[in-house]
Write a protein that binds this ligand. Sequence first.
Ligand SMILES: [Zn+2]
Length: 83
Amino acid sequence: MNLEELLNTVPGPRHKQCKLNVWLATLSEDDRNAFWKAMDNEDIPLRHIWKTIQAIGCPNQESSVRSHRRGDCKTCERKNTNG
Ligand SMILES: [Zn+2]
């Protein structure tokens, strides 16, 4: 393969979901909404949210949940939030 071919081989658009959203997709819509509602509620400590979702099977690290609270996830950019 020459350089021209390499340069012209553009990867397709990414529809990657981060692990947190893959896990959230396994929840009911009500549960998902409750999660994001809690994330937007600054009265609820991040650690409490993380411990709670971990108890029901969330495989993510606290830092991952934190970055979603901040809207810092580069993968999903909270596109899947329902307000
Ligand atoms: Zn994400």
